[in-house]
Design a protein around this ligand. Structure first.
Ligand SMILES: [Zn+2]
Length: 445
């Protein structure tokens, strides 16, 4: 399969470092508020990537952190007059509720910065010892000039970066490009070290956690394009300095979510929280997957409505397939797909996903099979075909995180539908109409 590697800027054949095992890290949220709909994009994209690898039989070690040490958390804690931990725990819980509603898996390792302080301090200490970091008045900075490769991920040249950066007054750093590894402060949560009492900078958190958890270069590092510079560039710089590798062998970045053409940004005051969408969030998930993950995606209520209707159609078709098969006791579990037309759709689905996770094409395959199922259910029922189609559709839906729970007929509904079928056989149209109305009112048609 092919993955677009943002580091090399190329579509590359994906080969995991260890056979059958994939290591993945995705930058998680800073927990000081509810997440907005743009924050949900990397969450859904990388959950789908994980699901596809698992479908292919890989064991995926998936890690995504919580940044629970940050200026914004300190600010929120001050405003609410509570300890920072109260703020971060509240929004970690809220984040996980959103993640569940988006039907993303939650069984992954979720390290918090506050749990990794000794490892982060040791990481900074090694950078100092290697000459890649220096202390000025208790603050620790990374010495960017020592790393010729700096800027490669985001395609920026060192000279341009220097020319473009503002020279601040009373700047203590050797170069304006040098970034903070440790900030001396007694405000908010802080820890004692030999360089000063303070707290770590954001860029060291992720690399120190990855280093401690995986202990080697990982397969995939993911995140939004907005994190490419400086955050990911700085992660790579520290890792090159300390471990002589690029953190990950493949860097994956998802495109932005634009709000009706404009960049989703809190400063615009028009952000929409995930929890406020007020729809079945699988419809939002489907909307997110309807565009390739690397492309920008424009959000509008009208665009979302299309997927609310699409999702309702999918649910209806799959539920009706469940009922049709259940009614005739032919809901079988161990089905092997052999029908040529179904195999063709599966092939197209897999080829699309193998091509840098082309979910829009995967959704096209899904829709094609939905149409075939609806057609076949109107004809003389071929239960073997319908069972194979159900198996195929379930596989696709579970890769995309859009599972429709299995519906089983209640005994009374089964009796009702059987009576209706009998009435039609007997050509008792008055009774058939009456029963049909009843069945329809129960939402079974
Ligand atoms: Zn990160």
């Amino acid at each position: 399969m092919k993955i677009f590697n943002s580091y090399t800027n190329k579509l590359e054949t994906f080969v995991p470092h260890h056979p059958n095992r994939i290591s993945m890290y995705v930058c998680g949220p800073t927990v000081y508020n509810y997440i907005h709909i743009g924050n949900a994009r990397p969450v859904v994209v990388f959950d789908t990537v994980r699901r596809y690898f698992e479908y292919k039989g890989y064991n995926v070690q998936f890690v995504s952190n919580f940044t629970d040490v940050d200026d914004k958390i300190i600010q929120a804690a001050k405003e609410a007059n509570v300890p920072e931990m109260i703020i971060s725990e509240k929004y970690i819980k809220a984040f996980l509720e959103d993640v569940v509603a988006l039907n993303c898996k939650t069984d992954y390792l979720k390290p918090k910065v506050t749990e990794y302080i000794p490892q982060i301090i040791a990481y900074i200490q090694s950078l100092i010892e290697l000459g890649y970091a220096y202390i000025i008045e208790g603050d620790v900075y990374f010495r960017v000039s020592k790393l010729a490769e700096y800027g490669k991920l985001s395609n920026r040249k060192l000279d341009d970066l220097i020319a473009g950066s503002r020279v601040e007054i009373n700047e203590k750093k050797e170069s304006p490009l040098d970034f903070t590894l440790w900030k001396k402060t007694e405000e908010g949560l802080h820890w004692h070290t030999s360089f000063s009492d303070g707290r770590p900078g954001w860029h060291t958190e992720c690399v120190a956690m990855i280093d401690d958890i995986f202990g080697e270069e990982i397969d995939i590092h993911g995140g939004g394009t907005d994190l490419m510079f400086p955050h990911h560039e700085n992660e790579i710089a520290q890792s090159l300095a300390k471990n002589h590798h690029h953190v990950a062998r493949y860097w994956m970045h998802n495109g932005r979510l634009n709000l009706e053409g404009e960049k989703m940004s809190k400063s615009l005051g028009n952000d929409i929280k995930v929890k406020d969408l007020n729809i079945d969030l699988k419809a939002y998930r489907m909307f997110l997957l309807s565009t390739h993950y690397r492309s920008p995606l424009n959000f509008s209520i009208e665009a979302l409505d299309v997927f609310v209707r699409e999702w309702a159609k999918i649910t209806k078709t799959v539920e009706s397939l469940h009922r049709t098969l259940d009614l005739h006791d032919s809901l079988e579990s161990n089905v092997i797909v052999t029908a040529g037309d179904i195999m063709e759709v599966i092939d197209y689905f897999l080829t699309s996903m193998d091509n840098d996770f082309n979910t829009p094409n995967a959704l096209t395959a899904l829709n094609q099979l939905m149409r075939s199922i609806n057609q076949k259910m109107r004809q003389k029922l071929d239960y073997a075909w319908l069972n194979q189609a159900l198996r195929a559709i379930n596989d696709m839906l579970s890769v995309l995180g859009l599972e429709v729970p299995l519906i089983r007929l209640a005994d009374e509904d089964r009796v009702l539908i059987n009576q209706w079928e009998q009435a039609r056989v007997d050509k008792d149209f008055a009774l058939a109409d009456m029963l049909r109305k009843k069945i329809s009112e129960k939402g079974l048609l």
